[in-house]
Design a protein around this ligand. Structure first.
Ligand SMILES: Cc1cc2nc3c(=O)[nH]c(=O)nc-3n(C[C@H](O)[C@H](O)[C@H](O)COP(=O)(O)OP(=O)(O)OC[C@H]3O[C@@H](n4cnc5c(N)ncnc54)[C@H](O)[C@@H]3O)c2cc1C
Length: 317
Protein backbone atom coordinates (compact mmCIF):
# COMPACT_ATOMS: atom_id res chain seq x y z
CA UNK A 1 0.00 0.00 0.00
CA UNK A 2 1.32 3.40 -1.03
CA UNK A 3 0.61 5.90 1.75
CA UNK A 4 1.21 9.62 1.49
CA UNK A 5 1.17 11.79 4.59
CA UNK A 6 1.31 15.56 4.74
CA UNK A 7 3.66 17.24 7.20
CA UNK A 8 2.23 20.67 7.92
CA UNK A 9 5.03 23.00 9.00
CA UNK A 10 4.71 25.84 11.47
CA UNK A 11 7.68 28.21 11.70
CA UNK A 12 9.86 25.72 9.84
CA UNK A 13 9.03 22.78 12.11
CA UNK A 14 6.55 19.97 11.51
CA UNK A 15 3.33 20.46 13.41
CA UNK A 16 2.92 17.99 16.27
CA UNK A 17 -0.43 16.61 15.05
CA UNK A 18 1.13 16.00 11.60
CA UNK A 19 3.90 13.95 13.22
CA UNK A 20 1.28 11.92 15.08
CA UNK A 21 -0.39 11.34 11.68
CA UNK A 22 3.00 10.17 10.38
CA UNK A 23 3.16 7.67 13.27
CA UNK A 24 -0.31 6.42 12.22
CA UNK A 25 0.82 6.18 8.58
CA UNK A 26 3.90 4.17 9.60
CA UNK A 27 1.68 1.72 11.50
CA UNK A 28 -0.68 1.43 8.52
CA UNK A 29 2.30 0.71 6.27
CA UNK A 30 3.72 -1.85 8.68
CA UNK A 31 0.46 -3.82 8.65
CA UNK A 32 0.23 -3.87 4.85
CA UNK A 33 3.89 -4.12 3.91
CA UNK A 34 3.43 -0.72 2.33
CA UNK A 35 5.48 2.45 2.17
CA UNK A 36 5.08 5.96 3.58
CA UNK A 37 6.07 9.10 1.72
CA UNK A 38 5.97 12.47 3.46
CA UNK A 39 4.70 15.44 1.51
CA UNK A 40 6.03 18.89 2.39
CA UNK A 41 5.60 22.32 0.89
CA UNK A 42 8.87 24.08 0.17
CA UNK A 43 12.45 23.13 0.82
CA UNK A 44 12.70 23.24 4.61
CA UNK A 45 13.09 19.53 5.40
CA UNK A 46 16.06 19.25 7.78
CA UNK A 47 13.78 18.45 10.69
CA UNK A 48 12.15 15.43 9.02
CA UNK A 49 14.97 13.56 7.32
CA UNK A 50 15.49 11.29 10.33
CA UNK A 51 12.17 9.46 10.08
CA UNK A 52 11.58 6.06 8.50
CA UNK A 53 10.16 7.14 5.14
CA UNK A 54 10.28 5.83 1.59
CA UNK A 55 10.90 9.40 0.49
CA UNK A 56 10.14 13.03 1.13
CA UNK A 57 8.28 14.66 -1.73
CA UNK A 58 8.78 18.42 -1.84
CA UNK A 59 5.99 20.27 -3.59
CA UNK A 60 7.67 23.33 -5.01
CA UNK A 61 5.89 26.54 -5.84
CA UNK A 62 6.12 30.00 -4.33
CA UNK A 63 2.33 29.96 -3.75
CA UNK A 64 2.77 27.14 -1.22
CA UNK A 65 5.10 29.06 1.10
CA UNK A 66 2.28 30.53 3.18
CA UNK A 67 -1.14 29.13 3.97
CA UNK A 68 -3.08 29.21 0.72
CA UNK A 69 -6.02 26.77 0.62
CA UNK A 70 -6.72 27.05 -3.10
CA UNK A 71 -3.07 26.49 -3.99
CA UNK A 72 -2.79 23.62 -1.51
CA UNK A 73 -5.82 21.87 -3.02
CA UNK A 74 -4.51 22.21 -6.57
CA UNK A 75 -1.00 21.09 -5.61
CA UNK A 76 -2.32 17.93 -3.94
CA UNK A 77 -4.76 17.32 -6.79
CA UNK A 78 -1.82 17.40 -9.25
CA UNK A 79 0.26 15.08 -7.09
CA UNK A 80 -2.47 12.53 -6.39
CA UNK A 81 -3.61 12.38 -10.01
CA UNK A 82 -0.01 11.89 -11.17
CA UNK A 83 1.06 9.29 -8.59
CA UNK A 84 -2.08 7.40 -7.47
CA UNK A 85 -1.38 6.74 -3.78
CA UNK A 86 -3.77 4.36 -1.95
CA UNK A 87 -4.23 6.54 1.11
CA UNK A 88 -3.44 10.12 2.09
CA UNK A 89 -3.08 10.84 5.82
CA UNK A 90 -3.28 14.22 7.54
CA UNK A 91 -3.21 15.41 11.15
CA UNK A 92 -6.64 16.81 12.01
CA UNK A 93 -5.35 20.38 12.36
CA UNK A 94 -7.26 23.62 11.88
CA UNK A 95 -5.65 23.97 8.45
CA UNK A 96 -6.65 20.42 7.49
CA UNK A 97 -10.25 21.20 8.46
CA UNK A 98 -10.09 24.23 6.20
CA UNK A 99 -8.79 22.89 2.91
CA UNK A 100 -8.81 19.08 2.87
CA UNK A 101 -12.64 18.73 2.56
CA UNK A 102 -12.30 20.78 -0.63
CA UNK A 103 -9.60 18.37 -1.88
CA UNK A 104 -11.86 15.41 -1.12
CA UNK A 105 -14.71 17.03 -3.07
CA UNK A 106 -12.44 17.99 -5.97
CA UNK A 107 -11.16 14.40 -6.33
CA UNK A 108 -14.54 12.87 -5.42
CA UNK A 109 -12.98 10.54 -2.84
CA UNK A 110 -13.97 9.88 0.79
CA UNK A 111 -12.50 11.83 3.69
CA UNK A 112 -12.64 10.05 7.08
CA UNK A 113 -12.05 12.82 9.59
CA UNK A 114 -10.66 12.88 13.13
CA UNK A 115 -9.90 9.13 13.32
CA UNK A 116 -8.55 7.71 16.58
CA UNK A 117 -7.43 4.28 15.39
CA UNK A 118 -7.74 1.59 12.75
CA UNK A 119 -8.08 -2.17 12.28
CA UNK A 120 -6.95 -4.16 9.29
CA UNK A 121 -9.70 -6.73 8.62
CA UNK A 122 -9.39 -7.56 4.88
CA UNK A 123 -10.52 -3.98 4.40
CA UNK A 124 -9.39 -1.08 6.55
CA UNK A 125 -11.72 -0.10 9.37
CA UNK A 126 -11.13 3.33 10.90
CA UNK A 127 -12.55 4.35 14.27
CA UNK A 128 -14.14 7.77 14.71
CA UNK A 129 -15.89 9.19 17.71
CA UNK A 130 -19.42 10.46 17.44
CA UNK A 131 -21.97 11.99 19.82
CA UNK A 132 -19.29 14.09 21.53
CA UNK A 133 -17.04 11.12 22.09
CA UNK A 134 -19.63 8.91 23.77
CA UNK A 135 -19.75 6.37 20.90
CA UNK A 136 -17.01 4.92 18.72
CA UNK A 137 -18.07 4.23 15.16
CA UNK A 138 -16.14 1.95 12.79
CA UNK A 139 -16.04 2.97 9.14
CA UNK A 140 -14.83 0.64 6.37
CA UNK A 141 -13.00 2.03 3.42
CA UNK A 142 -11.70 0.72 0.12
CA UNK A 143 -10.00 2.58 -2.69
CA UNK A 144 -8.19 5.90 -2.41
CA UNK A 145 -9.24 7.56 0.85
CA UNK A 146 -8.16 10.63 2.77
CA UNK A 147 -7.81 10.12 6.52
CA UNK A 148 -7.23 12.69 9.24
CA UNK A 149 -5.92 11.68 12.66
CA UNK A 150 -7.19 13.14 15.93
CA UNK A 151 -4.66 15.04 17.99
CA UNK A 152 -3.22 12.76 20.69
CA UNK A 153 -4.57 9.53 19.16
CA UNK A 154 -1.09 8.25 18.17
CA UNK A 155 1.98 8.75 20.31
CA UNK A 156 5.03 10.63 19.07
CA UNK A 157 7.32 8.16 20.79
CA UNK A 158 6.01 5.45 18.46
CA UNK A 159 7.49 7.29 15.46
CA UNK A 160 10.08 5.13 13.73
CA UNK A 161 13.32 6.77 12.81
CA UNK A 162 15.36 5.98 9.73
CA UNK A 163 16.35 7.86 6.64
CA UNK A 164 14.64 9.22 3.57
CA UNK A 165 15.58 10.31 0.08
CA UNK A 166 14.05 13.51 -1.25
CA UNK A 167 12.39 14.28 -4.55
CA UNK A 168 10.97 17.50 -5.93
CA UNK A 169 7.56 17.66 -7.53
CA UNK A 170 6.97 20.94 -9.31
CA UNK A 171 3.41 22.14 -9.63
CA UNK A 172 2.00 24.76 -11.95
CA UNK A 173 -0.46 26.89 -9.98
CA UNK A 174 -0.64 29.80 -12.41
CA UNK A 175 -4.26 29.02 -13.32
CA UNK A 176 -5.63 29.56 -9.80
CA UNK A 177 -7.72 32.68 -9.35
CA UNK A 178 -7.11 33.96 -5.82
CA UNK A 179 -10.65 34.52 -4.61
CA UNK A 180 -9.67 34.31 -0.92
CA UNK A 181 -8.51 37.44 0.85
CA UNK A 182 -5.93 36.61 3.53
CA UNK A 183 -6.28 37.78 7.11
CA UNK A 184 -4.02 37.43 10.09
CA UNK A 185 -2.85 33.88 10.77
CA UNK A 186 -5.02 32.10 13.35
CA UNK A 187 -3.26 31.45 16.65
CA UNK A 188 -4.37 28.17 18.22
CA UNK A 189 -3.31 29.41 21.67
CA UNK A 190 -2.99 33.09 22.41
CA UNK A 191 -1.67 34.58 25.58
CA UNK A 192 1.24 34.26 27.92
CA UNK A 193 0.80 30.62 28.92
CA UNK A 194 2.28 28.13 26.48
CA UNK A 195 1.43 24.81 28.05
CA UNK A 196 2.77 22.91 25.05
CA UNK A 197 6.34 23.56 26.30
CA UNK A 198 5.70 22.87 30.00
CA UNK A 199 7.45 19.89 31.58
CA UNK A 200 5.10 19.68 34.57
CA UNK A 201 1.43 20.65 34.48
CA UNK A 202 -0.86 20.74 37.49
CA UNK A 203 -4.34 20.58 35.96
CA UNK A 204 -7.44 21.47 37.90
CA UNK A 205 -11.05 20.54 37.21
CA UNK A 206 -14.52 21.32 38.46
CA UNK A 207 -13.75 19.25 41.56
CA UNK A 208 -11.99 22.32 43.00
CA UNK A 209 -15.51 23.58 43.72
CA UNK A 210 -15.09 27.36 43.72
CA UNK A 211 -12.65 30.10 42.77
CA UNK A 212 -11.59 30.75 46.36
CA UNK A 213 -10.18 27.21 46.50
CA UNK A 214 -7.82 27.78 43.57
CA UNK A 215 -4.99 28.76 45.95
CA UNK A 216 -4.66 25.08 46.89
CA UNK A 217 -3.69 24.37 43.26
CA UNK A 218 -1.57 27.49 42.79
CA UNK A 219 0.52 26.64 45.85
CA UNK A 220 1.20 23.12 44.63
CA UNK A 221 2.12 24.45 41.17
CA UNK A 222 4.50 26.95 42.78
CA UNK A 223 6.12 24.24 44.89
CA UNK A 224 6.73 22.10 41.79
CA UNK A 225 7.61 25.03 39.52
CA UNK A 226 4.79 23.82 37.28
CA UNK A 227 2.35 25.46 34.88
CA UNK A 228 -1.35 25.34 35.69
CA UNK A 229 -3.73 23.69 33.24
CA UNK A 230 -7.46 23.18 33.57
CA UNK A 231 -10.54 21.50 32.22
CA UNK A 232 -13.12 23.57 30.42
CA UNK A 233 -15.57 24.22 33.29
CA UNK A 234 -12.83 25.99 35.27
CA UNK A 235 -12.44 28.39 32.34
CA UNK A 236 -16.20 28.65 31.73
CA UNK A 237 -16.69 29.69 35.38
CA UNK A 238 -13.98 32.35 34.89
CA UNK A 239 -11.63 30.85 37.52
CA UNK A 240 -8.77 30.77 34.97
CA UNK A 241 -8.28 32.42 31.55
CA UNK A 242 -8.85 30.29 28.43
CA UNK A 243 -5.12 29.91 27.72
CA UNK A 244 -4.99 27.41 30.62
CA UNK A 245 -7.61 25.11 29.11
CA UNK A 246 -6.44 21.70 27.94
CA UNK A 247 -8.48 19.66 25.51
CA UNK A 248 -10.20 19.62 22.16
CA UNK A 249 -11.09 23.31 22.37
CA UNK A 250 -7.99 24.25 24.35
CA UNK A 251 -4.31 23.36 24.19
CA UNK A 252 -2.73 19.99 23.39
CA UNK A 253 0.04 19.17 25.82
CA UNK A 254 2.57 16.41 26.42
CA UNK A 255 4.56 17.27 29.54
CA UNK A 256 6.75 14.84 31.45
CA UNK A 257 4.16 14.96 34.22
CA UNK A 258 0.46 15.81 34.00
CA UNK A 259 -1.25 15.87 37.39
CA UNK A 260 -5.05 15.92 36.91
CA UNK A 261 -6.82 17.04 40.08
CA UNK A 262 -10.61 16.89 40.34
CA UNK A 263 -10.95 16.23 36.61
CA UNK A 264 -13.31 13.46 35.48
CA UNK A 265 -11.47 12.75 32.20
CA UNK A 266 -14.07 13.49 29.53
CA UNK A 267 -12.90 12.60 26.03
CA UNK A 268 -12.65 16.29 25.09
CA UNK A 269 -10.16 16.72 27.93
CA UNK A 270 -8.27 13.49 27.24
CA UNK A 271 -7.49 14.37 23.60
CA UNK A 272 -5.47 17.31 24.85
CA UNK A 273 -3.34 15.49 27.42
CA UNK A 274 -3.32 11.74 26.90
CA UNK A 275 0.10 11.70 25.24
CA UNK A 276 1.74 13.09 28.42
CA UNK A 277 4.68 10.93 29.53
CA UNK A 278 3.26 10.34 33.02
CA UNK A 279 -0.27 11.01 34.17
CA UNK A 280 -1.24 11.17 37.84
CA UNK A 281 -4.95 11.49 38.56
CA UNK A 282 -6.52 12.45 41.86
CA UNK A 283 -10.28 12.07 42.06
CA UNK A 284 -12.68 11.12 44.82
CA UNK A 285 -14.69 8.95 42.39
CA UNK A 286 -12.89 5.65 41.74
CA UNK A 287 -14.92 5.21 38.52
CA UNK A 288 -13.80 8.50 36.97
CA UNK A 289 -12.67 7.86 33.34
CA UNK A 290 -9.40 9.71 33.97
CA UNK A 291 -8.16 6.60 35.83
CA UNK A 292 -8.35 4.60 32.57
CA UNK A 293 -5.45 6.60 31.13
CA UNK A 294 -3.61 7.44 34.37
CA UNK A 295 -0.24 5.86 35.18
CA UNK A 296 -0.86 6.52 38.88
CA UNK A 297 -4.25 7.07 40.48
CA UNK A 298 -5.20 8.43 43.88
CA UNK A 299 -8.80 8.01 45.02
CA UNK A 300 -9.16 10.75 47.62
CA UNK A 301 -10.53 14.17 48.46
CA UNK A 302 -8.19 16.74 46.94
CA UNK A 303 -8.61 19.05 49.95
CA UNK A 304 -7.16 16.39 52.22
CA UNK A 305 -4.25 15.42 49.97
CA UNK A 306 -3.03 18.49 48.08
CA UNK A 307 -2.21 20.83 51.01
CA UNK A 308 -0.24 18.04 52.71
CA UNK A 309 1.56 17.21 49.47
CA UNK A 310 2.50 20.87 48.95
CA UNK A 311 3.75 21.13 52.51
CA UNK A 312 5.88 18.01 52.07
CA UNK A 313 7.38 19.21 48.77
CA UNK A 314 8.17 22.60 50.29
CA UNK A 315 9.83 20.95 53.27
CA UNK A 316 12.16 19.03 50.92
CA UNK A 317 13.39 22.05 48.99
C1 LIG B 1 -17.51 20.68 21.82
C2 LIG B 1 -16.96 20.49 23.20
C3 LIG B 1 -15.65 20.84 23.44
C4 LIG B 1 -15.10 20.65 24.72
N1 LIG B 1 -13.80 20.99 24.92
C5 LIG B 1 -13.25 20.73 26.13
C6 LIG B 1 -11.87 21.01 26.37
O1 LIG B 1 -11.15 21.52 25.51
N2 LIG B 1 -11.37 20.69 27.59
C7 LIG B 1 -12.13 20.13 28.58
O2 LIG B 1 -11.59 19.87 29.67
N3 LIG B 1 -13.43 19.89 28.38
C8 LIG B 1 -14.01 20.18 27.19
N4 LIG B 1 -15.32 19.95 27.02
C9 LIG B 1 -16.15 19.62 28.19
C10 LIG B 1 -16.06 18.15 28.57
O3 LIG B 1 -17.05 17.41 27.86
C11 LIG B 1 -16.32 17.95 30.08
O4 LIG B 1 -17.56 18.51 30.41
C12 LIG B 1 -15.25 18.58 30.95
O5 LIG B 1 -13.96 18.16 30.56
C13 LIG B 1 -15.47 18.17 32.40
O6 LIG B 1 -14.59 18.89 33.21
P1 LIG B 1 -14.22 18.38 34.67
O7 LIG B 1 -13.62 17.03 34.56
O8 LIG B 1 -13.44 19.44 35.33
O9 LIG B 1 -15.64 18.34 35.39
P2 LIG B 1 -16.53 17.12 35.83
O10 LIG B 1 -16.78 16.20 34.70
O11 LIG B 1 -17.70 17.71 36.52
O12 LIG B 1 -15.62 16.34 36.87
C14 LIG B 1 -15.25 16.85 38.12
C15 LIG B 1 -14.54 15.72 38.84
O13 LIG B 1 -14.07 16.18 40.08
C16 LIG B 1 -14.20 15.13 41.02
N5 LIG B 1 -14.23 15.74 42.35
C17 LIG B 1 -15.20 16.52 42.88
N6 LIG B 1 -14.83 16.95 44.10
C18 LIG B 1 -13.62 16.43 44.36
C19 LIG B 1 -12.74 16.47 45.47
N7 LIG B 1 -13.03 17.20 46.57
N8 LIG B 1 -11.58 15.79 45.41
C20 LIG B 1 -11.25 15.05 44.33
N9 LIG B 1 -12.07 14.95 43.22
C21 LIG B 1 -13.24 15.63 43.24
C22 LIG B 1 -15.49 14.43 40.63
O14 LIG B 1 -15.50 13.10 41.12
C23 LIG B 1 -15.44 14.52 39.12
O15 LIG B 1 -14.86 13.35 38.55
C24 LIG B 1 -15.89 20.13 25.76
C25 LIG B 1 -17.21 19.77 25.50
C26 LIG B 1 -17.74 19.95 24.25
C27 LIG B 1 -19.16 19.54 24.00
Amino acid sequence: MKIYTFLQQNDGKPNRNSLEALAAAQQLAEQTGGSVSAIVFGSNIETITDYDLAEIIQLQNVELENFNPLAYVSAFENLINAENPDMVVFGHTYETRDWVPRLSARLDIPFLTDCIGFKNEDEFVFTRQINQGKINSDVKTTGLTIISIQSGAFRLDSLKSGSASTREFTVDLSGISQSIRKGEKFQEAKGSVDLSRAEVIIAVGRGIGKEENMDVIKELAKALNAEIGSSRPVVDYGWLPHEHQVGSSGQTVSPKLYFAIGISGAIQHQVGMKSSDNIIALNKDENAPIFEIADFGVVADLFEIIPKLTEKINSLS
